[in-house]
Write a protein that binds this ligand. Structure first.
Ligand code: NI
Length: 167
């Protein structure tokens, strides 16, 4: 197991559209276990492969208090969405910033597990928001894309300054 490096906004690699997963091999299982370890260590409730610079349609989430209910979604697709909800969102790629984002309140999602088997889940509230947020990453989209460009620019400048200081 290994901790993976998380890309930070405005890294252009976060804008990559991820490719469909076609090989459900040992390498994929190692990536999944590394992503889970990285998410728990951060700590976060979701992580998309895009964020660790792997451009495959794969995400992991765990919204449980005990951090013992990981879900792995490969090639996820939203089958239906219902309602609307606004929640404050944060992102491991935009550390330290939280902004309200409006998303569907309930989603039905079809995805594959680590062996390639298809399954369907119904998610609502935080889990639904989390899945939609992580699926956005696979399209190269970030939650800051939903806020005003003024706020987004302010966050970008602060994170760029921070990065320079860390170097
Ligand atoms: Ni995120």
């Amino acid at each position: 197991m290994a901790l993976l490096n998380i890309l930070h906004f405005p890294d252009p690699r976060l804008r990559t559209r991820a490719a469909e997963v076609t090989e459900f091999d040992e390498e994929l299982k190692i990536l999944i276990s590394d992503m889970l370890e990285t998410m728990y260590e951060a700590p976060g409730i979701g992580l998309a492969a895009t964020q660790v610079n792997v451009h495959k349609r794969l995400l992991v989430i765990d919204i449980s208090e005990e951090k013992n209910a990981p879900r792995v979604l490969i090639n996820p697709r939203i089958l239906s969405a219902q309602g609307e909800e606004e929640m404050d969102e944060g992102c491991l790629s935009v550390p330290g910033y939280y902004e309200p984002v409006r998303r569907a309140q309930k989603v039905r999602v079809r995805a594959q597990d680590e062996n390639g088997n298809f399954f369907e889940i119904r998610a609502d509230e935080l889990e639904a928001v989390c899945i939609q947020h992580e699926m956005d990453h696979l399209e190269g989209k970030l939650f800051v894309d939903y806020i005003s460009s003024l706020k987004r620019d302010r966050i970008r400048k602060k994170l760029e300054r921070q990065k320079k200081q860390d170097q």
